[in-house]
Design a protein around this ligand. Structure first.
Ligand SMILES: [Fe+2]
Ligand SMILES: [Fe+2]
Length: 315
C-alpha cells in the first residue's frame, strides 16, 4: 500500500510524519477541508490494517498520531450522531422484524439499478475503483469487534467471518475475489484507488473502521455489519446482470455472484444470531446498533447520490 496524495495541510502533514517519524503532524484544527481531515484519518486507520510500504509499523501506537486520530474520530462521531435521528423504539419487542423493517425503510438511490440496465463500461470501472477502498479489506473492520462481543454473538460473527475469509480456502477470500476482479479489468489491486474517491467514500470507510476499533461502539459495528449484509444480495444480483450485459470479465461477475448467495445467508446470521444476542446480553447497545445501521444506509445513499450525479442520472 502506497501513501495517498494529500488533499490539504493536515493530510500532507500526516504523510510527512509517517515518512519521517521525528516530525510531528499538525493538529486536527489545521484541516483545510472535510476531505483533508477524512484522508488524514483514513491514513491513520490504515496503520491498524496492513500499513504503508516503508512506514514504521510502530507508528500505529505513536502518541502524537494516536492523539490526532482520536481528535479526528471524535469529530467524525459527532457528525454521525448529528445525522442519526435516533433508534426507532426504546425496546422493540421483535428486534428481527424491527431491524429488517428499518433497513427496508431507508432504501436509498440505487447504483445497482443503474448498472443493471443503463451504465456504461466506464461508469462500472469508476464504481469498482470507488469500491476498492473497502472491498480490498472486505470484512477486516468486523474482525476488530469479534473479541468484544458476548459469547453467542461472537460465535455467530466468527461463522460469518469464516465465510468472508474463504472458509479455509485462501483463493476464496472475498477481498481476494475483488482483487482478482480489479486485475481482470486492468485496475490496480494493491493499494486501492484512494486518490480517486470523494469525501463520502473516505468517510464511509473511516466510520466502519472507527466502529470496529472502539469497544465502546461495538453495537454500532454490529449494526453496521447487519445493515451492510441486508442490502447486498439483491443489488449484487442486479450488478451481475449489468456486468453480463456489458460483457465484463468473469472474475468481476463472480465477485458479485458470490454475494447474491452468501449475503442472503449473512443477513439472516447478522440480524438473528449477532444483533439479537448482543442486545439481549447488553440492552444498552440497542441505540448503537441502530446508529451503526443508520450510518451504513445513510453513507451508502450519500455515495450513491454523488456517483449518480456525476453520471448525470436522476437519483
Ligand atoms: Fe463478502
Ligand atoms: Fe457478506
Amino acid at each position: 500500500m502506497h501513501l495517498p496524495t494529500p488533499r490539504g495541510k493536515l493530510s500532507a502533514s500526516v504523510a510527512e510524519a509517517l515518512r519521517s517519524p521525528h516530525l510531528h503532524p499538525v493538529g486536527a484544527s489545521h484541516a483545510e477541508s472535510q476531505e483533508d481531515a477524512a484522508l488524514a484519518l483514513w491514513m491513520l486507520h490504515e496503520l491498524s490494517y496492513a500499513g504503508f510500504t516503508g512506514v514504521d509499523e510502530a507508528l500505529e501506537w505513536d502518541m502524537g498520531l494516536v492523539t490526532l486520530r482520536r481528535d479526528l474520530e471524535a469529530e467524525l462521531e459527532r457528525t454521525l450522531r448529528e445525522r442519526f435521528p435516533g433508534s426507532p423504539a426504546e425496546r422493540p419487542d421483535d428486534l428481527v422484524t424491527a431491524f429488517f423493517a428499518y433497513v427496508e425503510g431507508h432504501d436509498g438511490p440505487s447504483v445497482a439499478g443503474h448498472v443493471h440496465t443503463q451504465a456504461t463500461r466506464e461508469q462500472v470501472l469508476e464504481l469498482l475503483r470507488w469500491r476498492s477502498v473497502y472491498h480490498l479489506k472486505e470484512t477486516d473492520p468486523s474482525t476488530f469487534v469479534l473479541a468484544r462481543l458476548p459469547r453467542p454473538a461472537r460465535a455467530a460473527l466468527a461463522e460469518l467471518l469464516y465465510d468472508e475469509y474463504g472458509a479455509g480456502r485462501p483463493e476464496r477470500l472475498h477481498s481476494h475475489l475483488f482483487a482478482e476482479a480489479l486485475r481482470s479489468v486492468g485496475l490496480d489491486a494493491e493499494s486501492g484507488h484512494v486518490d480517486d474517491v470523494p469525501l463520502e467514500v473516505l468517510e464511509m470507510n473511516n466510520a466502519v473502521t472507527m466502529f470496529g476499533l472502539h469497544r465502546r461502539l461495538r453495537g454500532a459495528a454490529v449494526g453496521h455489519l447487519a445493515a451492510f449484509e441486508c442490502t447486498s444480495a439483491v443489488p449484487s444480483r442486479r450488478l451481475v446482470q449489468g456486468l453480463q450485459r456489458l460483457d465484463f470479465p468473469q472474475p468481476v461477475v463472480d465477485y458479485y455472484a458470490e454475494h447474491v448467495l452468501a449475503d442472503a445467508v449473512h443477513e439472516q446470521v447478522a440480524v438473528r444470531d449477532i444483533v439479537v444476542p448482543l442486545v439481549a446480553a447488553e440492552p444498552a447497545q440497542l441505540e448503537h446498533v441502530f446508529l451503526g445501521a443508520f450510518t451504513c444506509l445513510d453513507q451508502e445513499a450519500r455515495v450513491a447520490r454523488v456517483l449518480l450525479d456525476r453520471w448525470g442520472v436522476a437519483a
